[in-house]
Write a protein that binds this ligand. Sequence first.
Ligand code: SF4
Length: 287
Amino acid sequence: MAAPARSPLEAWLRYFDDLGLGPFYVGRAAMELPAAGRPGALRAPDAAAAPVARLEQQARPSPVAAPVARAPRPQEAILPVVPSLFESAVRAGLEGDTLERIREDIGDCKRCRLCEGRNTIVFGDGNSQAQLVFVGEGPGHDEDVQGLPFVGRAGKLLTQMIEAMGLRRQDVYICNIVKCRPPGNRQPERDEVATCSPFLDRQLAAIGPKVIVCLGGVAAQTLLGTNKAISQFRGQWFEFRGAKLMATYHPAFLLRTPSAKSEVWTDLKKVMGVLGLKPPKPKPRSA
Ligand code: SF4
């Protein structure tokens, strides 16, 4: 391999080593898989799990996206290969991965620029064997201070939603696409999502939930590999690595748009149906 191409590849291999993935080999065929053929990209519907929605295959808004027309910089040129490398490594050797090991591998992470403004890495919280996982976008101010996901106003609303489903917060697992707070609560950039989301991939694989609920567009677009607006596929079921995945609105959006709460409740009732949950009976009012 020519030296200019070798350098970014070596950097990525070091990165995977940091992730704890160990040595691996990916053949040319795997590297040339089209987006639709990659595990983790939006899958064909599962006939046994109707209704399962279809989305047109689109470029994933993370490093998985197809290269743009302009001449790529060296690191960008290697990016489309990375998901295949990662997922191959997952298939090859991460059975038995644990949340503790993943947290250990993250360490005092400085792999992307979000480390610069963070106070705390917000890894995730909840039941390591949860049947239901909520995935948000990234930590906000309160989460950054406390080191826990969804603890601010939006987090309190999420807790209420979980309890309305007949669950306790500690019954589910809650995490984000990126583990460090983006400055000014901006959306995480594409390269930040690309750098951090392998850890989320590992978390989801380690937990093995029955249902994943994406809260908001960034989480949904990242996991489903689509650029479509969440309003176009909210409330529909997708298959994601053996789990059922649904996207719904982020609780922060509901704080700004309370009229959307009924749509989210409709979505959560579908989740409850899959998990066999019934809403808790209202407590009798005292005289
Ligand atoms: S966002 Fe993720 S990849 Fe970036 S510094 Fe934080 S833990 Fe590391």
